[in-house]
Design a protein around this ligand. Structure first.
Ligand SMILES: [Zn+2]
Length: 447
C-alpha cells in the first residue's frame, strides 16, 4: 500500500525519514513537482516593489497584481484585483507612496481578477477607465469560483488552505469585500492607442492571446512594459481546465513578438514578480515565445503525420534547452493540455478514428467492460490493486467504469477519491492539483 503524504507535508527530508522508518514512501522524485509548486509560493510573498522611477507593483495581495504609475498631478492604476477587500489593502500601501488622485484605470483584459477592485482606488476625482473595445463585448464572467464540473475546481476554493500552497500565478483567488467593477469609459478598436495622463505617455497595444480583449501597456519614457496575462512566471495557460473557449496560440505568439520588438528594460506582469534589466527581460520574453512556439510547431507537425491527441501528448515536450527555463515551469498551464487544445482548435473534437464517430456511451461501454472483467467486484479489486501498485490513473479509470452505472457506488467513489488524491499530490500545476484534490474531496463528501 502506498503511503499518502498529507498535503501540508512537503519536505523531502520527511519523505526520506518515512522511508527510513520502514514506511514504503514513494520516492522523492515522484513528489518533485509538488515540492517545486510549494517552493513557488515564495514568488507571491507580499510586497510593493518599486520597478523604476514612478512605477510600482503590489504582489501577493490577490491572485493578480496591481500596478501603480505616478505622474505629475495624478496616478495611473493598471488592473485592480478580483475583490474590494484585497484592493483596499493595496490602496493603503499605495497611499504611503502618493496620495495624488487616480486619474486613469487601465484594464489589461476583462477577467475578474483584473477588474473587480476598481472602486477602491477612486477618490473625489472620477478616473477614466481604459480598455480594448472588445472587453465590452466579452462576457464578464461573474461565476469565478463556481463549484462546477462535479466538484473539480482549478482554484481549489473548497479545499483547506494548507492544501493549496498557491494558485500557480498568485497566492490564491481573494474574492472578499465585494465587487467594485467600473465599466470602461474609453476604449479603442485598432492595434494601438496613445495618450497622456498626468504627464505620463501611455501606449496601449492590442495583444490577443490569453483573451481576445487583451492589451499590453507600454510606457515609452520609462522603457516599461506591462504584458497583462500574456506573460507570467509559469507555463502559460493556453487552455484553462475551468472551461473556456479555445485560445488562439498563434495570436498569443504574435503578441509576444510585438512586445519583444519594443525592447523593454522593465517587465511588470499582472501575475508574478517584475523583471528588471534589458537582458533579463529579453531572455524572459524570447524564452517564453520559444517555448510556446515549440509546443505549437511540434503539435502541428505531429498532426500532419496523422498523430492523434493521446499520441501527441506522449511526444510533445519542451526541448532540453527550454525545459529548465524558469518562466516555462508548469505551475499553471501544462504542455499536455496545450497540445490537446491546439489539436482541437485546428481539427475539432474528432480524432480521425472512425470508431470515434458514434462511440458507445460511457455507461454502455462500462457495463460491457465490467461484464467482460468478471463483474463489479473484480473491477474494484483490480482498481485497488492498481492503487496499491502506484498505477493511480488506471485505478481512477477502473473506478469510472463502476461509477458510470451507479454514481453513488460507495466503494467506487472511495477508490476514485483515493486515486485522485494520489494524482493530485504528484502535480506541479496548481490547477491540476486543485482540480484533483477538489474532486476527491467532493467524492468523499457525497457530492
Ligand atoms: Zn489574471
Amino acid at each position: 500500500m502506498r503511503f499518502v503524504v498529507p498535503p501540508h507535508v512537503v519536505s523531502t527530508a520527511l519523505v526520506s525519514a518515512l522511508a527510513l522508518i520502514g514506511v514504503e514512501a514513494a520516492s522523492a522524485q515522484e513528489f518533485a513537482g509538488r515540492d517545486k509548486l510549494f517552493a513557488h509560493s515564495n514568488e507571491f510573498r507580499r510586497d510593493v516593489i518599486q520597478v523604476t522611477d514612478g512605477v510600482y507593483v503590489a504582489v501577493g495581495f490577490a491572485l493578480a497584481n496591481v500596478i501603480l504609475v505616478e505622474g505629475d498631478d495624478g496616478l495611473l492604476i493598471i488592473d485592480t484585483t478580483e475583490g474590494m477587500g484585497a484592493a483596499r489593502e493595496v490602496r493603503a500601501e499605495f497611499d504611503r507612496i502618493s496620495t495624488k488622485p487616480v486619474r486613469a484605470i487601465i484594464y489589461t483584459h476583462s477577467h475578474p481578477d483584473h477588474v473587480r477592485g476598481s472602486r477602491a482606488f477612486v477618490g473625489d476625482v472620477e478616473p477614466e477607465v481604459y480598455a480594448h473595445e472588445k472587453q465590452l463585448r466579452e462576457n464578464l464572467p461573474t461565476a469565478v469560483g463556481r463549484a462546477g464540473r462535479d466538484g473539480g475546481n482549478q482554484f481549489g476554493l473548497a479545499l483547506p488552505a494548507e492544501s493549496r500552497p498557491n494558485a500557480g500565478i498568485g497566492p490564491s483567488l481573494v474574492l472578499g469585500g465585494g465587487d467594485g467593477y467600473m465599466r470602461p469609459t474609453r476604449t479603442f478598436s485598432g492595434e494601438s492607442y496613445s495618450f497622456e495622463v498626468a504627464g505620463v505617455k501611455v501606449v496601449l497595444g492590442y495583444a490577443p492571446g490569453e483573451t481576445d480583449d487583451q492589451l499590453f501597456v507600454w510606457l515609452p519614457e520609462k522603457r516599461t512594459l506591462l504584458p497583462g496575462d500574456n506573460f507570467y512566471r509559469a507555463f502559460p495557460n493556453l487552455y484553462a481546465i475551468r472551461g473556456v473557449p479555445l485560445r488562439r496560440v498563434d495570436h498569443w505568439l504574435e503578441s509576444l513578438s510585438d512586445m519583444i520588438a519594443l525592447e523593454p528594460e522593465y517587465l511588470v506582469p499582472s501575475h508574478t514578480r517584475p523583471i528588471m534589466g534589458r537582458a533579463a527581460v529579453d531572455a524572459a520574453l524570447t524564452g517564453y515565445h520559444a517555448g510556446v512556439s515549440s509546443v505549437l510547431q511540434q503539435t502541428l507537425a505531429g498532426m500532419n503525420r496523422g498523430l492523434r491527441p493521446d499520441e501527441l501528448v506522449e511526444q510533445v515536450t519542451l526541448p532540453p534547452e527550454l525545459a529548465d527555463n524558469p518562466y516555462l515551469q508548469e505551475f499553471y498551464g501544462t504542455v499536455a493540455w496545450s497540445v490537446r487544445s491546439i489539436y482541437t482548435f485546428h481539427l475539432g473534437w474528432f480524432d480521425g478514428n472512425a470508431t470515434s464517430l458514434f462511440p458507445l456511451s460511457n455507461r454502455d461501454r462500462a457495463a460491457r467492460i465490467i461484464r467482460l472483467s468478471g463483474g463489479e467486484a473484480a473491477v474494484l479489486e483490480a482498481g485497488r490493486a492498481a492503487l496499491a501498485a502506484g498505477n493511480f490513473q488506471w485505478a481512477a479509470e477502473l473506478a469510472d467504469y463502476v461509477l458510470a452505472g451507479d454514481n453513488d457506488h460507495a466503494e467506487g467513489r472511495e477508490l476514485k477519491a483515493s486515486a485522485l488524491a494520489e494524482l493530485g499530490e504528484r502535480q506541479i500545476s496548481a490547477n491540476a492539483r486543485n482540480y484533483y484534490l477538489s474532486m476527491a474531496q467532493a467524492l468523499r463528501q457525497g457530492r
